[in-house]
Design a protein around this ligand. Sequence first.
Ligand SMILES: [Zn+2]
Length: 366
Amino acid sequence: MDPSWLFLAFLLVFTLSRGLFPNSYPGLTETTYFWMGILGMLGLFGSIVLHEFGHAWVAQRFGLPMRGITLFLFGGVAEMSEESPGPAAEFWMAIAGPTVSALILICCLTLSFLGKMHGWPVPFTGLFTYIAFMNGILIAFNLVPAFPLDGGRILRAALWQWKKSLPKATRIASTFGKWFGSLLIFMGIFNAIQGEVLGGIWWVLIGLFLRQSADASYKQILFQQHLEGKSLKQFVKTDVVTVPSNIDIRILVDEYFHQHYFKGYPVLENGELAGYIAIRQIRQFPTEEWTKHAVKEIMVPATPDNTISSQSDAMTALTQIQKTGLSTLMVVEGRHLVGLLSLKDLLRFLSMELELEDEGSGSATK
Ligand SMILES: [Zn+2]
């Protein structure tokens, strides 16, 4: 559960017990409104959780392990550890959430009608009506065909089935996602100018989130498609200039940085990899101190973060680069340096693959 949910809970209880419920059902006591606010908030949050459980349950039936469900500002995200096995699975997983919401809506609506018919206390019928209404909104919003919303996933499943290509389907569906995100941002700014600042900010946030996650999921698919299972070896630069660990910074600068123009060098000690030295580590020392410090003292030691086994595949490398924020990894076999892998080379390869794919889109076999 994201901490934003706690904030949202307060905000919701406040608006419900001070605004919505007193306006819709006048004549009740403050305490009653307060409890209605609490129960309304729990009802809405419970509805979102059940919606996500719907996704998770179907995913599990298709053999996709769920890593978890994150509940945050605008609802929930069911985290699948891998992509769906096919368009059918994707469709059923996507539709499961809105189906659960529809069931809750029907139940609450029925209860609210029964309550009104049989004269149940107003707070009960009021709560059921509210929860039914909110589930209606949840369904409507989630069914907008904007990836990664549920509707966008359904669209992607249909396109996947039709085009027989997950990357293409994702590209189209996530384009809708970005458009819808932009629309929400625009609406939010418009609302804010009209004086509804809080509501406006809300829409802008949701829009930004949608745009960003549509873009990220598309990129992730492309990366996976092209890098998974691909050997690292073809990306590794093996003619690497290395630096011995015992020279001082003066020599390092004169004989390496001024000679080879690389921004960083692996450091070797007795033929084994010891660390990495880049301009950033040198800059902290004034020029006159350069002869006083050896490379060994100031280098970044080799760790599992900045090294990767030559046996890994390219997707593992990219994931590590994304996680650590490093632009270069040292490729090793045991403690022996094999070469360097740079994000730039991976991206250059990817952009070329994508251009080739566009050229050959008429005869795609995937
Ligand atoms: Zn959903």
